[in-house]
Design a protein. Structure first.
Length: 91
C-alpha cells in the first residue's frame, strides 16, 4: 500500500459480492437489509463503486454477509465480484 488507504465494504448476497461506493454508510445498508429480511421479500438498493447501483431482492432466506477492510485507495475495484460457487464447464 502506498500510505493512502480507505475502508472498503463488500456486501455478499446469496454468493454474489457487491463493493459499496466509498461514500456509502455500511450501517445504513445493514439496517435496510435487516428490514427487508423481515418481509416476504423486498428490494434493497446498493450504491456501488463507479456510480452504479444494484437492486437486490432480500427475504427471510437470503444469505447476506457484510465485510469491511482497509485497502489501497488508488487500486481500482470492481463493483461486482463473482464468487466461485460451483463448477464451470467451458467448451
Amino acid at each position: 500500500m502506498n500510505g493512502h488507504t480507505e475502508d472498503q465494504t463488500e456486501v455478499t448476497v446469496d454468493g454474489i459480492a457487491y463493493v459499496l461506493a466509498s461514500g456509502a454508510a455500511p450501517q445504513d445498508v445493514k439496517d435496510l437489509i435487516a428490514l427487508a429480511a423481515a418481509t416476504a421479500g423486498s428490494f434493497v438498493d446498493l450504491p456501488l463503486e463507479g456510480g452504479r447501483h444494484a437492486s437486490v431482492l432480500i427475504g427471510p432466506r437470503s444469505r447476506v454477509t457484510v465485510m469491511t477492510q482497509t485497502v489501497d485507495a488508488d487500486s481500482p475495484v470492481s463493483a461486482v465480484i463473482p464468487i466461485d460457487s460451483g463448477t464451470w464447464d467451458f467448451l
